[in-house]
Design a protein around this ligand. Structure first.
Ligand SMILES: *Cc1c(COP(=O)(O)O)cnc(C)c1O
Length: 461
């Protein structure tokens, strides 16, 4: 190998190990902001060359104080996973291989990995046998891809070919979704030219109200319609009632898409599968591999029941492309050229096996329950949601006190928890999404939380 490449890769390896071994004890939030890091990186574009090894050293050293310890077992912010070792290492190899994973005949190893991972994902998640899987950048693009397939299919049934005719003059597509949908649904509907969704009432845990969905569908004229269901509410972790919602939506001829960015993996656990029961009757499903499955960024998965609907939305023609009769991966995703994103997915599934994925899901949910118990034991604290999965939302009195607790937790740095608002109240939110979170991580975080609450209460007096 080129000496320069070997030295740069060795530097990357060393810096990566230093970073990973710092996670146990470093503060979870970053210590510097982007402007400070940019100063050390240097803002001037150099006129001449720099040795790649020196470039790596500069990146690692300048960047270090500005890194958030997202792979730490004590990062509970937003809904983000860590990186399982097998997935992380496979991701490095993916970059070294540098396969363009769009065309079957050009990159057979990448295709084999993708084919096997596709079949495993469908099997593990209990989805209809033979459904194609697109390996996209994340949940947002998985929602986009599933709903693009749905848009084409429901318009096609109304005698309208969106691929050639566009949307202007079309019968249009109604999209119904629960009030507590993830905002990425609104975003992808903008990409798709469908405007804002119609919001359907939800219950106290954020679950779609079936009577309200049914009434909204009744009001329609039976034209092209899609219903977007949620498997895993970011605040409560709750799941829409899949069986009933899919039944009523299908009775009205609607396409049903499930946004299961972190919750679809409940299907991989016999203990948690009942939460999502009935989901397999939908038409398309979106999930993230970079959340519950703990693959590095960026990796999302879209699964569509009807391969023709997916291909109609995502395929393209180019005379220069060497097509394969078995179908090419670029026909299932919005991109043409892309990295072999399936390799880290294959690696983590190969490392964990079916039982290991079930154990991972069960462990995340068990840690969330431990948080709920620990928080409920703090005087004046209240857990607002039914902790059915991996999410916990808590208040510590007045909004101002809860907001102060969130701020103090970040200053303390033991863990990262996020502030949010849910049902009109300030909340502190804990999302347990990292494969490596131990009971000790939970205990350390709860100890920091007890201190933050005591201090915030004292300051409010
Ligand atoms: C995270 C999330 C998304 C968006 O996923 P990205 O990977 O961030 O694009 C969509 N829906 C839900 C429910 C999520 O939790």
């Amino acid at each position: 190998m080129h000496d320069e490449a070997a030295k740069a890769l060795e530097a990357a390896h060393q810096h990566a190990l230093t970073w990973l071994s710092s996670l146990q004890d470093r503060p979870v939030p970053p210590r510097e902001d982007a402007a400070q890091v940019a100063e050390r990186l240097g803002r001037e574009l150099p006129e001449g060359p720099t040795d790649p090894r020196d470039v790596l050293d500069l990146l690692a050293e300048a960047g270090e104080p500005g890194l958030a310890a997202i792979p730490s077992g004590r990062f509970f912010g937003f809904v983000m996973g860590g990186s399982h070792p097998a997935a992380l290492a496979a991701d490095w190899l993916t970059s070294a291989w540098d396969q363009n994973a769009g065309l079957r005949t050009v990159t057979p190893a990448a295709m084999a990995v993708e084919d096997v991972a596709e079949a495993w994902v469908v099997d593990l998640l209990g989805l209809p046998h033979g459904s194609p899987v697109g390996f996209v950048t994340g949940g947002t693009m998985a929602n986009f891809t599933g709903l693009a397939a749905g848009r084409g299919a429901v318009l096609d049934r109304a005698g309208w070919d969106v691929a050639t005719q566009g949307l202007a003059g079309s019968p249009g597509v109604r999209v119904l979704v629960g009030q507590e949908r993830h905002d990425s649904v609104d975003l992808v509907l903008r990409y798709l030219g469908l405007g804002a969704p119609e919001l359907v009432a939800v219950d106290d845990q954020g679950r779609l109200d079936i009577a309200a969905l049914s009434a909204a569908l009744e009001e329609g004229d039976g034209g092209p319609t899609m219903v977007v269901l949620q498997a895993g509410n970011i605040h409560s972790g709750a799941f829409d009632p899949m069986t009933e919602a899919i039944e009523v939506a299908h009775a009205h001829g609607a396409w049903v898409h499930v946004d299961g960015a972190f919750g679809l993996f409940a299907a991989a656990s016999p203990a948690y599968r009942p939460l999502i029961a009935g989901y397999e009757a939908a038409d398309s499903w979106a999930t993230d591999a970079h959340k519950t499955l703990n693959v590095p960024y960026d990796c999302g998965l879209v699964v569509v029941r009807d391969p023709a609907a997916l291909r109609a939305a995502m395929s393209m023609h180019g005379d220069y492309l060497i097509r394969d009769a078995a179908g090419d991966p670029f026909e299932k995703v919005p991109e043409l050229s892309r990295r072999n994103r399936a390799a880290p997915v294959w690696a983590v599934l190969r490392a964990l096996g079916r039982q290991g994925v079930a154990d991972l899901v069960d462990r995340l949910a068990a840690r969330a329950r431990a948080f709920a118990e620990g928080i409920a034991a703090i005087e004046g604290a209240e857990v607002l949601n039914d902790v059915v999965f991996t999410q916990v939302c808590a208040t510590f009195g007045e909004d101002a006190v809860t907001e102060d607790v969130v701020r103090r937790m970040l200053v303390d740095g033991t863990a990262w928890t996020t502030g949010s608002r849910w049902h009109g109240r300030a909340v502190l939110r804990v999302s347990v999404s990292n494969w490596s979170t131990t009971e000790e991580d939970v205990a350390r975080t709860l100890a920091a939380l007890r201190t933050a609450v005591a201090e915030a209460r004292a300051a409010a007096r």
